[in-house]
Design a protein. Sequence first.
Length: 432
Amino acid sequence: MLNQREKSLRVVPFALGVLGLGASLVLTYIRGFEITHYPDAPLFINQAESILRGWDYMVLHPLDFQSPLGFPALISSTLLINGGTSLALFKIFLALCHGISTFLVASIGIRMGLPKLFWILAALLFSLDPFMLSAATDIQVEPLVTLIVLFWASLFLLPIENSKRFILQITCFPISGFIAITFRPNILIPFLLLSLLMFRSWFSSHLKRSLMLTSVSIFFGLLALYEVFLSRLYGGFVFLAANGGLNTVLTCRDQFLSQYLGFISTKQNTQINHSYYAYLQNLREDLVTRQPNISFSQLNHEYLSIGLATCLENPIKSSYVLIVKSIALWRPYTVFGAYGTKVALISLLIWLPLTIATVWYLTRTNLTMPNQILKNYFLILSIGFTISLIPSSTQIRHRVAFVEPFYWLFAAYLLSVLFSNWKRSRRLKIST
């Protein structure tokens, strides 16, 4: 028979997950099941609709598939189920992802040893986080990224004596890693770094080498099959996604510095975006005009060559741009000119104290074993994402997707310590 505490540890996280699901569904209803707000949402939808036209169409129109294929393929599967027109099923799926993520935040809080009040607080605040909800109620990949990184954290925190630990890690970790990469290829570097941490854990637990080899084989087997598929689609080798070379074109350009720093007028922000959309469009037209029979694989290679040449043209300036990009990824506010002053101030109000709490947590040297594991996990995840996001457009919402739930957990940990110290000092005053 389960005692009252064990029942609470099972029921309350589930209830919080339902709350997260409900919050995202209510906001989705308010915003509209068939309406999108993010500028790249229509691109995902168009790509999903193109997938439904079949393989022959995809091969003849590879330029329609410049985003990573995993996310549009998932959208197309829900469109196929409900007749190919409504986005409602997919938005319900994203709401479910947010609910599961809320459940995982509560579960991780329990593993951290947080008092009940504080892991409930962390999960509750995460479930109502406006930036989490904004993505979970639109056509965005961020809720899936959040769910995956929380799932990985829960795998790392499973008790060593739990026999399910190795089974889940050996199978689910590589499979989820592959799925995550098809959604967002820049997860590859953090996934590989986390794999090293996982291997270290396996070696210390004396896991059989045959089982470790099985895990590696699962991941690279799936990755090899995916690369064969991409090569057939794009007429040559393309690594993970067709927009890799395109992102490289913009990697070292200093015209984006004001956006990276976050202080720019709405007019300037719009002008910069429009000018570079036009630049990329003209660049593609020029390449296709000079080489009418160019394959998408070759086009991607041309983009990559142009991007590398731009970076090497002035290495000092390029290094400065890359450093600013990496710092900008962690700034505690959105771009004022991109999302508006109100959103920027709200982001500052939320993210600045959360960032301070996170820095405090990461500098602790007396953490319990589960917290030390989580600390190492977060550091490696953050380093990996920082490296992987440098070549691409630095978007704050990319960073939010993989750190925001941990920010809330670390803030709850700090509050629990402050509360404990306050209670202790109060008892001392009473006793004296």
